[in-house]
Design a protein around this ligand. Structure first.
Ligand code: CTP
Length: 398
């Protein structure tokens, strides 16, 4: 990476000091950094600190005779492999979205022919304002990449999305962007993923559900999309944002989930992560049950269709690779292997949900079970498990 260069625009926000840490990380990794400091940015960090860490001159003025003599602003905008904006303030984002060119930073963003990565930071109301939402959408459509913002307590005393992503996270995004577009081994492939719980109604206001967060399924959908797949994510009710580039179909009941999966076929791979309710109420009450009138109701259950087993047996429309999940509390491998045979799928990803921090948590320790072998994967973050599984799917389909 030694010859790679970043043009770093430092905007005016309290978080600007974190840009200095980013510069340090980039220099340590051998990446050249040429800084542009906006007038507002200079209220928060000094040109001297930026220049010392970047080991380069700091550019600030659009109409500076000395700067222009050394390097014209058009040349400056093309002098790096990547333009990075940290912090990307609401003002800088708005200027870039509208193509304004009233100062050196905005002119650079308009004149550059290089990829642009922005790390936004601003007050939560400003971030959520429809004007900023529109500007972000415009920039995304223009191909600008984003890292963050994070959610949390802010310097202004409010709480919510708008905090600058941490420097190591921005650093990782910059390094990834410098490497160029990731390989897309699943381009042209269609992946069907189910995630989350189902909700089985009792009456119009009540129902039965489970504690599945949907996190593992969403992470898998995202990882598959990142490898280039077209992804249909059939999701039960969860509190998660749709991953970028994923088509999401929201459903409630197991029967709706099955119908949505069947409608999404054909698919090259099906990954069935949802925690589907095994049973539903036989006859859903048409009106709200009243405590005084009905007393404690007796609920009669009937079995739900098994989505994984049904899709494993769809004949010519069957996805080439069908993957089920199994959450077990004991004899994990034995139960999972029996499930593989019973459901007719190709792989089962099994996990022991008695392990602390797995159910509803951030990590997973899984076994990949296929007809002829068992692999034990190290405990890892759900995102990492998703990434590894997506890679394995890509290898299997190639
Ligand atoms: N599954 C499904 N449809 C169902 C039930 C389960 O598609 N009605 C899928 C899940 O998405 C998962 C796999 O089947 O991929 C295993 O789910 P699990 O609940 O462990 O299987 P069950 O057959 O319900 O077995 P158990 O008796 O252990 O609950």
């Amino acid at each position: 990476m030694s010859e790679r260069r970043v043009l770093l625009i430092v905007g005016g926000g309290v978080a600007a000091y974190k840009a200095l840490e980013l510069v340090r990380l980039l220099r340590k990794a051998g990446v050249g950094v040429r800084p542009i400091l906006t007038r507002a940015g200079a209220k928060f960090v000094t040109p001297l600190s930026l220049s010392a860490l970047a080991e380069d001159k700091v550019y600030s003025e659009l109409f500076s005779l000395t700067d222009e003599a050394e390097m014209g602003h058009i040349e400056l905008s093309r002098s790096a492999d990547l333009v990075v904006v940290v912090p990307a303030t609401a003002d800088l984002i708005a200027k870039a979205a509208h193509g304004l060119a009233g100062d050196l930073a905005s002119t650079t963003l308009l004149a550059t022919d290089k990829p642009v990565l922005m790390a936004p930071a601003m007050n939560v109301r400003m971030w959520l304002h429809p004007a900023t939402r529109r500007n972000i959408e415009t920039l995304k459509a223009d191909g600008v990449g984003f890292v963050g913002p994070d959610e949390g307590a802010m310097a202004c005393g409010e709480f919510g999305p708008g905090r600058l992503a941490e420097p190591p996270v921005i650093f990782a995004a910059v390094m990834a962007a410098l490497k160029g577009p990731a390989p897309r081994p699943l381009a042209g492939k269609h992946a069907l993923v189910t995630a989350g719980p189902t909700f089985e109604p009792i009456d119009p206001v009540r129902g039965i559900t489970n504690r599945s967060s949907g996190r593992q399924g969403y992470a898998i959908a995202e990882a598959l999309a990142r490898l280039g797949a077209r992804v249909t994510l059939v999701s039960g009710p969860v509190a998660l944002a749709t991953p970028p580039g994923v088509d999401r179909v929201d459903v409630e009941t197991a029967r709706d989930m099955l119908a949505a999966c069947q409608a999404a076929l054909p698919a090259d791979v099906g990954v069935f992560v949802a925690a589907v309710a095994d049973w539903r109420i036989d006859e859903v009450f048409g009106a709200k049950l009243k405590k005084d009138k009905h007393g404690p109701p007796t609920l009669v259950f009937v079995e739900n269709p098994d989505i994984l087993a049904t899709l494993s047996a769809t004949g010519p429309k069957r996805p080439r690779l069908v993957i089920g999940f199994a959450a077990e509390t004991n004899d994990v491998e034995m139960h999972a292997r029996a499930k593989l045979a019973r459901k007719g799928c190709d792989w089962i990803i099994a996990n022991d949900v008695t392990e602390p921090g797995v159910m509803g948590g951030e990590e997973n320790a899984v076994l990949l079970i296929s007809k002829d072998k068992t692999e034990r994967w190290d405990r890892a973050a759900k995102d990492a498990v998703a990434h590894d599984l997506a890679q394995r799917i890509a290898e299997s389909l190639s």
